[in-house]
Write a protein that binds this ligand. Structure first.
Ligand code: PEP
Ligand code: MN
Length: 276
């Protein structure tokens, strides 16, 4: 009897641990971490920085969808193992990108949030698979906007994820669209935030890092994202940006990270929200 009770208590405890929300009322969620997982030492150092900033969600790419086949492609499965280890060590929820339907189940065994990148927003087989696996395994889904997708196409992509029904937290992420302006990497479409709020009930976060592609522009766009009503941010952070194997030019260093969080907290305060 006592043993049964203990079993039920421990089941409840693990269910509770899994029962998290990516977006929570009264909070701005800031997901931060490196573009790519490069080594255990790098990931451990960055996770420590993110934790000391008081954040809850840690990002890191294991399977990297690089535009050039000659660029660093990520550590793959080993990266997932490091990410899980870092998440446990620092008590951080983990976020990584899924790049094809075959690896979704594998990735879901290691992380809490499945991210679908801009290059895959219209990969419908992947969207359906992610919806299925996320629902079965109680994972959250972060759907980035395709860089050439309209808001309507983006919302239809959500329906592929949710097509098998049931409860599932899906969060949108605007990460910049392609325009004729080459100065920034992409053009951050901040108007997508109020438009999404008007058209749907879905939460939306902003990725200023991939949008602007330059670290000094990330802080002002992070402020703007929160001011326009975004529910959070996903930002690239590196302990030594100049040595990063991927997207170092847009990564915030530790000092810039705490400055960004300080400024974002000021804006969040206007809406009586706290940064987590
Ligand atoms: C990323 O967040 O690591 C990434 C590759 O972003 P995006 O899909 O927006 O290019
Ligand atoms: Mn990146």
């Amino acid at each position: 009897m006592e043993k049964d009770k203990n079993n039920i208590d421990s089941l409840k405890k693990s269910a509770k641990q899994d029962d998290f929300k990516l977006i929570k009322d009264g909070y701005i969620t800031v997901i931060a971490g490196p573009c790519a997982i490069e080594s255990w030492e790098q990931l451990d150092a960055i996770a420590g920085i993110i934790k000391s900033c008081g954040l809850t969600f840690f990002r890191g790419g294991a399977y990297k969808p690089r535009t050039s086949p000659y660029s660093f492609q990520g550590l793959g499965h080993t990266g997932l193992e490091y990410l899980m280890k870092a998440g446990r060590k620092y008590n951080l929820k983990t976020v990584t990108e899924v790049t094809d339907a075959e690896t979704v189940e594998e990735i879901a065994r290691y992380v809490d949030v499945l991210q679908i990148g801009t290059r895959n927003m219209s990969n419908f087989a992947l969207l359906k698979k992610v919806g299925d696996v996320a629902r079965k395994r109680n994972k959250k889904v972060l759907l980035k906007r395709g860089w050439a997708a309209t808001i309507k196409e983006w919302l239809l992509a959500v329906e592929y994820i949710s097509s098998s029904g049931g409860d599932l937290e899906i969060v949108l992420c605007e990460r910049g669209i392609r325009t004729f302006e080459p100065y920034t990497r992409f053009t951050l479409d901040l108007s997508a935030v109020p438009v999404i709020k008007k058209l749907s009930k879905l939460p939306i976060i902003i990725d200023p890092s991939h949008a602007v592609g330059q670290s000094d522009l990330v802080i002002p766009m992070s402020r703007a994202a929160i001011a326009v009503g975004a529910d959070g941010l996903i930002v690239e952070v590196h302990n030594e940006p100049s040595k990063a194997l991927c997207d170092g030019q847009q990564a915030l260093n530790p000092k810039q990270t705490s400055e960004m969080l300080k400024q974002v907290s000021y804006i969040a305060n206007i809406f009586s929200k706290k940064v987590r």
